[in-house]
Design a protein around this ligand. Structure first.
Ligand code: NAD
Ligand code: IPM
Ligand code: MN
Length: 351
């Protein structure tokens, strides 16, 4: 018998527990042998222990095959404390250097662009995930005085750019063969120019991929005006963050978008999470869309060698998108739980 898949569930804050409950339901419906453990980390943990997760959190997480995270963020705590205390600490601490974010419009989900549909929105974002603008390097001095200074340094390393760029090339080769590299090297002269050079050098090893260098501001406009022209995008940490919220909107909203934080070929557990945050405006109402969390579960299954189960989850999600039930953000009236139950039932039927 094969060893069960060990997954740590980290529901976190706000709508996190609501969408993770449904992701769990779907995961359990796949029939994959599982060992699930809930980690009660997040803002409630902070209130009790003065930290977002235990001191040996990285060690604990390394004992699993994967982590499924809901969301982090609580109005009563500073965002930089909660995010650097959990999500960003896990990404950096585990060196999960690639953030993979598919942005595909499922048939049946309304597109905000008039006249566009599923044929127009099928992109894959590969976001650098441990350095760049999110390196965490900097400081503040002369606090509270008129001489106050804040420095936020972007750190780009050749090795850090190279690994994520090559990973993106590999995806482009498997898809439509077009890689768009997004930077802002007309204004920022050091980090993004190094990035551009790394892309040019790597391109020599992927002759079947057409590469384009697009400035990130222009890319934002193109995503809205001509999304069908975009296949795989590789971008730095901050630009990848911003671009993928635009992409999420194109695929029906933040409730739909999924992501995988991974360290390919390392054996390190990946961290899978919806792109959205704790959504305090709808938390506790049972109306959050669990699609992003369930789609992230499919990414988790795919990355842990359960491609069949992943495909079944995706076709169940597609069926729910087409025929319902759907939550109100994508034009339906169903609750979070109704969507989760319907998707889980379809997964179980196909098993
Ligand atoms: P958000 O993603 O929480 O919410 C933005 C908008 O999207 C809101 O209108 C919200 O209702 C909607 N939305 C989000 N998830 C949804 C879902 N599943 N179904 C339907 N609608 C959904 O972003 P925000 O408001 O900028 O941030 C709120 C908090 O979350 C902040 O503390 C922020 O730092 C944090 N945050 C955390 C993560 C994460 O944990 N990965 C990501 C983004 C933001
Ligand atoms: C995301 C989120 C995070 C990020 C925040 C919460 C730190 O917006 O995963 O997209 O910027 O990476
Ligand atoms: Mn984001």
């Amino acid at each position: 018998m094969t060893r069960p898949l060990r997954v740590a569930l980290l529901p976190g804050d706000g709508v996190g527990p609501e969408v993770i409950a449904e992701a769990r339901r779907v995961l359990e419906a796949t029939g994959v042998a599982l060992e699930l453990e809930e980690l009660p980390w997040g803002s409630a943990f902070w209130r009790e222990h003065g930290r977002m997760m235990p001191e040996d959190a990285l060690e604990i997480v390394r004992g699993f095959d994967a982590v499924l995270l809901g969301a982090v963020g609580d109005a009563s705590l500073p965002d930089d404390v909660t995010l650097w205390g959990l999500l960003l600490e896990l990404r950096q601490g585990l060196d999960l250097w690639a953030n993979v974010r598919p942005a595909r419009l499922l048939p049946g989900i309304p597109c905000p662009l008039a006249g566009r549909g599923p044929d127009d929105v099928d992109m894959l974002f590969i976001r650098e995930n441990t350095e760049g603008e999110y390196s965490g390097v900097g400081g503040r001095a002369h606090r509270g005085t008129s001489a106050e200074v804040a420095i936020e340094a972007s750190v780009f390393t050749r090795a850090g750019c190279d690994r994520v760029v090559r990973y993106a090339f590999e995806h482009a080769r498997e898809r439509r063969g077009v890689l768009t590299s997004a930077t802002k090297s007309n204004a920022s002269r050091y980090g993004y120019t190094l990035w551009d050079e790394v892309v040019r050098a790597a391109a020599a090893d992927f002759p079947e991929v057409r590469v384009e260098h697009v400035l990130v501001d222009a890319l934002c406009a193109r995503m809205v005006l001509d999304p069908a022209s975009i296949d795989v995008v590789v971008a730095s940490n901050l630009f990848g963050d911003v671009l993928t919220d635009v992409a999420a909107a194109l695929q029906g909203g933040l409730g739909v978008a999924a992501s995988a934080n991974v360290a390919p070929d390392s054996g390190t557990p990946g961290l899978f999470e919806p792109v959205h945050g704790s959504a305090p405006d709808i938390a506790g109402q049972g109306v959050a869309n669990p699609t992003g969390a369930i789609w992230s579960t499919a990414l988790l299954l795919e990355h842990t060698g359960h491609a069949d189960a992943a495909a079944r989850v995706m076709s169940a999600l597609e069926s729910a998108a087409r025929h319902g039930p759907k939550t109100r953000d994508v034009g339906g009236e169903a609750s979070t739980r109704e969507v989760g139950e319907a998707v889980a039932a379809r997964v179980a039927d196909a098993t």
